[in-house]
Design a binder for this molecule. Sequence first.
Ligand SMILES: [Zn+2]
Length: 199
Amino acid sequence: MERTTPFPSRRGILAGAALTAVPSALLFATRADARPRAVDHPGAAWHPASRSNYTPSNRPRAHPLHYVIIHVAQTTYSGTVSVFRNPSRKVSAHYVVRSSDGHVAQCVRESDIAWHAGNWDYNTRSIGIEHEGWVDRPGYFTDAMYERSARLTAAICARYGIPRNRAHIIGHHEVPGSDHTDPGRHWDWNRYLRLVKSA
Ligand SMILES: [Zn+2]
């Protein structure tokens, strides 16, 4: 979505040297949403989920954050973003990571409760990260995706004091009551945790 034709008033900004000094996420944040600083993760692009697909909150005051929950979307990056934008889907995650280059979209503010875990208690206490791809297509799990996702998870852990270990960085399949299998057997947890710890 960030490659759509810019509004005329932005063309000068986009063409100018100012682009290098201004994170693109902020430019698009102001276009997509009135709030001036829409993203929590520097460099993320703001692709807001429908307000019908998450619960506004003021975490971590309302609910302490204990988990980062790793998902595989079973669809593409753009498909995931558009599902979250569709008010009839009743689902969202805070972030979506693209396979080809590790590009990160933020769809729900970290202070709000995204609907991704299939378990209200876990939703209230977690940040959800979707990854483009399918559990049975490991080719989608690129180096760029692992690295950018791990940097995102490390930053979330630092923000909320979440320990960087497998008890707190969990797969969707590990959420009590979940009938989902993601991220699946091809997700390399050892590699991911190593990257998170070294980020
Ligand atoms: Zn999932």
